[in-house]
Design a protein. Structure first.
Length: 355
């Protein structure tokens, strides 16, 4: 029995050795893979088949639900059809709920399908925090919620079908989560060429590519602030909007507060005007408009005087009008940059009634 068992054990061992030898030989004969070049082009590779997407399997990414896996997002998109946009709105902690808020649906400036998108605006009560928008043409959209003093971030979204898979509904339903927070503040400071703050200087801000404009004036120290701004890219102009004193500057406004670069004006001129009648008595609340290197638009004070600062050197024509009495006047003068500390000359402008 012992000899038979030994022979059987030896046979099993020989079988295992042969199997191992065959496996090792197959491994050695297989072509090696270069990690930089990939598989040998002559070798046969099995074709990968993309999995069928599940249109109902939605995933939330950055507050936006999307239903098509990444390989399918690279396919050509079709915007033939309509979809549904749903969502929820919340308010940042500590914020009072507004009486009403506005949902803005507008064509995107960047996304594909923006040409087929449609503009819609909905005003909802403050206690309504969900929304549904049906039969929305497929396309690229910008979605934003806003209320006085607050807004959500503008989010980009697309409704589309896959041009290569017309049998699928595609991205025809999107759910968004929007949170409203206080709008942004932009602040800055403007200095005169002497280093002092430039007071009472107009500041204007305009959204890139849109007519929306915001404005303010600097205080006695040259500081200025514009509140309730939606985030975005703006053009900042220092001085009259149509003819700024410095080159326009691009500013990206972000919440909660954005500080623009400090600005310094070149050496400029100023002038004092006094509106008087035919007996040289001062006239208050006279409208003063001027044409020259820098536009002029202001009113005289109780003493008939007005000091106009931050003017470029050159020739000016001013026209004065007192609407209450029908008096009018005009004057031409030339301004030059004066040495610091020199008192500005007072120019009298007689405003007479027309016969």
């Amino acid at each position: 029995m012992s000899n038979a068992a030994a022979i059987a054990a030896l046979g099993i061992l020989l079988t295992l050795v042969l199997l191992g030898w065959n496996r090792w030989s197959e491994t050695r004969s297989a072509p090696s893979l270069d990690p930089l070049q990939g598989p040998n082009p002559t070798s046969q590779t099995e074709e990968k088949i993309l999995p069928e997407p599940d249109p109902s399997a939605l995933r939330i990414q950055g507050g936006i639900e999307s239903g098509v896996d990444m390989p399918f997002k690279r396919m050509e998109k079709s915007f033939d059809g309509s979809g549904t946009l749903t969502g929820a709105v919340s308010f940042a902690p500590g914020m009072a709920v507004p009486a009403e808020w506005t949902l803005s649906i507008r064509p995107s400036q960047f996304a594909l399908g923006r040409d087929s998108a449609q503009t819609r605006t909905r005003t909802l009560a403050g206690n309504v925090t969900t929304f549904e928008e049906f039969d929305l043409p497929m396309g690229g959209y910008t979605i934003q919620a806003s209320a006085p003093g607050m807004s959500s971030m503008a989010q980009e979204v697309m409704l589309y079908r896959l041009a290569e898979r017309k049998d699928l509904p595609g991205m025809n339903r999107v759910h968004m989560i929007l949170q409203m927070t206080p709008k942004a503040i932009l602040e800055g400071v403007v200095y005169r060429h002497t280093g002092e703050g430039a007071s009472d200087l107009p500041i204007s801000l305009q959204l890139h590519g849109k007519p929306t404009r915001y404005g303010t004036r600097t205080n006695y120290a040259g500081l200025w602030e514009i509140k309730d701004l939606p985030e975005g890219s703006y053009v900042l102009r220092t001085g009259p909007h149509e003819r700024p004193l410095l080159p326009p500057m691009d500013v990206m406004v972000r919440r909660p507060v954005t500080r623009s670069e400090d600005q310094t004006l070149p050496a400029l001129c100023s002038v004092r005007l006094r509106a008087v009648d035919e007996t040289d008595r001062p006239i208050e609340e006279v409208i003063v408009r001027g044409f020259g290197p820098t536009p002029i638009s202001t009113l005289t004070g109780f003493d008939g005087q007005v000091e106009i600062q931050h003017l470029g050197a050159g020739d000016y024509q001013v026209r004065l009008e007192h609407r209450a009495s029908g008096r009018k006047g005009r004057m031409e003068f030339t301004l030059q940059v004066q040495p610091e500390g020199k008192t500005q000359e007072l120019i009298l402008v007689r405003c007479l009634k027309k016969n």
